[in-house]
Design a protein around this ligand. Structure first.
Ligand SMILES: Nc1ncnc2c1ncn2[C@@H]1O[C@H](COP(=O)(O)OP(=O)(O)OP(=O)(O)O)[C@@H](O)[C@H]1O
Length: 294
């Protein structure tokens, strides 16, 4: 488990990280979300040790993270760092070797990753001849070639088409299924919502919410209900203790003053014999995000 406790960082007297505390559990896909300039990249650089914090601690499995631990991290930096004129396979192998693998092992890992990422036909092309999305896939292969035990990825999905998103998603989910803690930042909240087990929401250098996606959806879910009946549900607007937010023929979204008022409305719909659907409205990550950064 990766744990950050009380991390602070200032640039020229301006505090950009303030008491950053969160964990990335083993096997947990953890989405790190926040607006531009919120502090995600700075936090990730501190985890990697490419930037020093002013205070606080980064620990791995309960002990302060060491340089040797950091070599076992798969890091995808915000500034992509591949060599444009070098061939794709060659440079992925090169990065594998930098992390201590021999030529044969690094090549085996690299080819396997390129196949999983759908880039095997381009492995002998130079990086600069690839589209931006394919360069991004190569960058992901580079982050994973040394079989890291922990992944820290800054915007791994940016610039990818929907098929590539699914491919990369699967590769990261496989790493998590093998037990690796995976921390990834993204502005694509729909992807984060679909993919992550846990969420960390940062704004203005402070953590606004952290925890499992399910717990946050329950915590921040507004008490808005959805109901659908076979006929017309216009009567719901006259129902005591019910406030209809919008309605369309047989469907409505509503809030209720009390559980009893809600129950009475649902009972009336059921008594009509044509209740098709009733439930609490699903809270999206976008809704949670908007609420916590307010
Ligand atoms: N080298 C630096 N010198 C001064 N300020 C910096 C430096 N690097 C980052 N900052 C500031 O720190 C804050 C956090 O930036 P950071 O890049 O960590 O945000 P981010 O959440 O990754 O944003 P984005 O989503 O736009 O990539 C910003 O206000 C940024 O301007």
């Amino acid at each position: 488990m990766l744990e950050l406790t009380g991390i602070t960082k200032a640039y020229g007297g301006r505090r950009v990280l303030d008491d950053i505390t969160f964990t990335v559990g083993d096997g947990r896909m953890t989405g790190f979300v926040g607006g531009n300039g919120a502090g995600k990249t700075t936090t990730m650089r501190i985890i990697l040790g490419v930037l020093a914090s002013d205070g606080g601690a980064v620990t791995l499995n309960g002990t302060p993270i060491t340089a040797a631990d950091r070599r076992r991290i798969g890091y995808m930096p915000e500034e992509r760092g591949l060599y444009p004129k070098m061939k794709v396979l060659e440079q992925i192998v090169y990065f594998g070797r930098l992390h201590g693998w021999n030529a044969e092992g690094a090549r085996r890992n690299a080819v396997e990753l390129l196949e999983r990422l759908g880039l095997e036909e381009r492995m002998d092309d130079t990086l600069e001849s690839l589209s931006l999305g394919n360069q991004q896939r190569a960058q992901i292969a580079t982050s994973l070639v040394h079989r890291p035990e922990l992944l820290v990825l800054d915007e791994p999905f940016s610039g990818l088409d929907p098929i590539a998103v699914q491919t990369v998603q699967q590769v990261l989910a496989d790493a998590a299924a093998d037990g690796a803690p995976v921390l990834f930042s993204s502005h694509q909240l729909d992807i984060v919502e679909r993919l992550c087990d846990d969420l960390v929401i940062i704004a203005g250098g402070t953590i606004r919410a952290a925890g499992s996606r399910d717990a946050l959806q329950t915590e921040f879910g507004g008490a808005v209900y959805e109901i659908e009946v076979g006929g017309d549900i216009g009567w719901l607007r006259e129902q005591a203790g019910i406030h209809v937010l919008d309605f369309d023929g047989g469907r409505a979204r509503f809030e209720a003053d009390t559980d009893a008022a809600r129950g009475a409305a649902v009972a009336r719909a059921a008594a009509g014999g044509d209740l098709l659907r009733f439930g609490r409205e699903h809270t999206t990550l976008a809704q949670i995000f908007t609420e916590v950064i307010r």
